[in-house]
Ligand binder design. Structure first.
Ligand SMILES: Cc1cc2nc3c(=O)[nH]c(=O)nc-3n(C[C@H](O)[C@H](O)[C@H](O)COP(=O)(O)O)c2cc1C
Length: 343
């Protein structure tokens, strides 16, 4: 069996069931999470022949940071429940693969420790009802060297999970979330997600941090354009791994519309959700993404193999992508164009 495909089951042997379920699950009826991988696999390629692919290059830059491969790690929570070193181990694993790490604003490790573990990282932010609390997280991330702010825009409220059994909240150990806020310095109300956000928040985040802002959770071309017009450096096409509005279209389906809407703007487009194979990366980049992010595979790899598991995951996805690139008749990422995909 392919190692990447074995990870979810291997993680089940190590993790408490409520945590494994939390990583795996989608919201509500699980429609979007269930469709994500198949949507990427449904693309068909039109490879070129008789091109010289003796030398290929899969390196690129993401918001100006050089990376060895166009596969980044998406921001996720509960990493210290999966591995004692949590986000620090994730960071070390990402650094060894020379990729970029998305760090959840709910992280259970301090931003300083995550940065010290080596990876170039982007702060994912949930803007919460108490903007003072949001500012504390932003300032801590800037001080610890975050290179960008990823505004998660698809979460005015947290998507409903239909749990059958005890939830992860009943097993989580104290201190494994929100390590970047002073304990007892906020209330549950302070931390409720802001549900009144408009594109103005993009400018506010950029001014407060001095960092480029990506908007995560975009599934429509018109929204992508609104974000970029409001100052975003780019967007992450995402349905939050099928954990927000269930029945949202797959990111494989949404990406072409977003790429069309942002053509010529210079904005960078990223995509996540269901990307599990090098061929999925090939399709995403041909359709206009600059790089992809993986969420659950990185959590499984962390659970099973700590930092070396994360490095292996990224390297294997990179190697698969390189192989697919060669087979497509392309030598570098900039050779990938939408005509590689059959209409
Ligand atoms: C367990 C788990 C926790 C997550 N936590 C966050 C989070 O804190 N912030 C966020 O913006 N997205 C979060 N996400 C969504 C991921 O960033 C990403 O969009 C998604 O996992 C990509 O889909 P994939 O898991 O199929 O690769 C989470 C996803 C999972 C599975």
């Amino acid at each position: 069996m392919r190692w990447i495909d074995s990870l979810e089951e291997a993680a089940a042997e190590k993790l408490p069931e409520p945590l494994h379920r939390y990583f795996r699950q989608g919201s509500a009826g699980g429609i979007s999470v269930g469709e994500a991988v198949a949507a990427w696999s449904s693309y068909r390629f039109r490879p070129r022949v008789l091109t010289d692919v003796s030398t290929v290059d899969i390196s690129t830059t993401v918001l100006g940071t050089p990376v060895d491969l166009p596969v980044l790690v998406a921001p996720t929570t509960m990493q210290r429940q999966a591995d004692p070193d949590g986000e620090a181990a994730m960071s070390a694993g990402v650094a060894a693969a020379n990729s970029v790490l998305g760090v959840s604003s709910n992280a259970g490790t301090t931003f300083a420790d995550i940065g010290a573990a080596g990876a170039a990282w982007w702060l994912q932010i949930y803007v919460v009802k108490n903007r003072e609390v949001t500012v504390r997280i932003l300032d801590a991330a800037v001080a610890a060297g975050a290179r960008a702010v990823v505004l998660t825009a698809d979460t005015p409220v947290v998507g409903r999970k239909e749990d059958d059994g005890p939830t992860v909240w009943e097993v989580i150990q104290p201190g494994h979330l929100l390590a970047n806020l002073v304990a007892n310095d906020y209330t549950a109300d302070d931390l409720a997600k802001a549900d009144d956000l408009t594109p103005d928040v993009i400018g506010w985040l950029g001014e407060r941090t001095g960092l480029p802002v990506l908007v995560k959770g975009v599934l429509r071309g018109d929204d992508a354009k609104r974000c970029v017009d409001a100052g975003a450096a780019g967007v992450i096409v995402s349905n939050h791994g099928g954990r927000q509005l269930d029945g949202s279209i797959s990111t494989a389906q949404a990406l072409p519309e977003v790429a069309e809407a942002l053509a010529g703007t210079g904005a960078e487009i990223y995509v996540d959700g269901g990307i599990r194979r090098g061929e999925h990366v090939l399709a995403a980049l041909a359709l206009g993404a600059r790089a992809v992010l993986v969420g659950r595979p990185a959590l499984w790899a962390l659970s099973v193999g700590s930092s070396t598991g994360v490095t292996r995951l990224l390297r294997e996805l990179g190697a698969e992508f390189e192989h697919a690139l060669r087979l497509s008749g392309c030598r570098r990422i900039s050779d990938l164009t939408p005509d590689l995909i059959a209409r």
